[in-house]
Ligand binder design. Structure first.
Ligand SMILES: [Cu+2]
Length: 289
């Protein structure tokens, strides 16, 4: 399992080289967009709803149906992606090129990779994401943001500006929290249709919810993590919440089919070179549905 999972998520490393050039070109886009009139303010007394932003990715670019809107709770919906395995993440950084270079080093696992991961975390904030059909809410403050297709490395941008909307986030039916010691903590059984994902730790995490056979135990997971072989107990029907920075709370619209799940994160550690969080114990078996 180790090999397959690391491969699936090392796609983030692949974006490094390809995106560097594009990033330099796009860095001007959000600034240029601020020249025209700002987003309109809320009508007084009107009940505020989360802003809904539809994301469409093609094999050439990532676009949104509205690229200037007010701060506050924002709901993203990925309506289309060019490839299977494409996920779109929301990124805020002042130096995208440097961020990509650091991430490349972090995923290399070479000496210094943990430090690179730490530096990456410092200069980047990631607000979750997902593949085609993904739908999630997150609070955004003012600034310029990037939309990144982690498969094609294509980028889009949007600007958040103006009066804060008063909308509240959707209440979660169940929640997963990542803790200070990089563990998953769950509110109980994992149920939809809204699943909260809170990053209370000091590092960036994602959550791969792999569906597994009912009989799977912690000992099976530990064995699989040190074996190059694909375990026989993986079942179809899992889901995936994209990377999220410390302090960021997201709520995902997610159907959770009844069954057993292995929650697991393979982001590189900030403490040990070349060691993904999963190898340090960042996984949890949980029932859902
Ligand atoms: Cu992690």
């Amino acid at each position: 399992m180790k090999g397959q999972e690391v491969k699936a998520h090392s796609k983030m490393a692949a974006l490094v080289a390809a995106s560097a050039v594009t990033a330099a070109g796009l860095a001007l886009a959000p600034a240029a967009a601020t020249a025209d009139a700002g987003p309109t303010a809320a009508r007084p007394g009107a009940p505020e709803k989360p802003k809904i932003v539809k994301i469409k990715a093609t094999d050439r670019k990532v676009t949104v149906n509205d690229d200037r809107f007010r701060p506050g709770v924002t709901e993203f919906r990925v309506t289309d992606t060019p490839k299977r395995g494409s996920t779109i993440i929301i990124v805020k950084t002042d130096n995208l090129k440097r961020a990509f270079n650091l991430l490349g080093t972090a995923f290399s696992g070479e000496p210094g990779s943990a430090d690179a991961m730490k530096k990456f975390d410092r200069i980047v904030t990631i607000y979750g994401g997902g593949g085609k059909g993904a739908r999630w809410q997150v609070k955004l403050s003012q600034g310029s943001y990037f939309l990144l297709d982690t498969k094609t490395d294509n980028l889009g941008t949007f600007t958040v500006k103006g009066d804060r909307r008063g909308a509240k986030m959707q209440k979660a039916d169940s929640t997963v929290t990542t803790t200070k010691d990089n563990q998953f903590r769950t509110s109980g059984r994992l149920t939809g249709e809204w699943v909260g994902f809170h990053n209370n730790s000091r590092e960036i995490h994602f959550m791969d919810a792999t569906r597994v056979a009912e009989r799977v135990t912690g000992s099976d997971v530990r064995k699989a993590l040190t074996s190059p072989k694909e375990p026989k107990w993986i079942r179809p029907g899992g889901f995936f919440f994209e990377v999220q920075s410390p302090g960021i709370d997201v709520v995902y619209h997610q159907d959770v089919a009844e069954g057993k799940y292995l929650l697991i994160c393979f982001m590189p550690s900030e403490e040990q070179d070349g060691v993904p969080h999963a190898m340090m114990g960042m996984w949890k078996l949980v029932h859902g549905g």
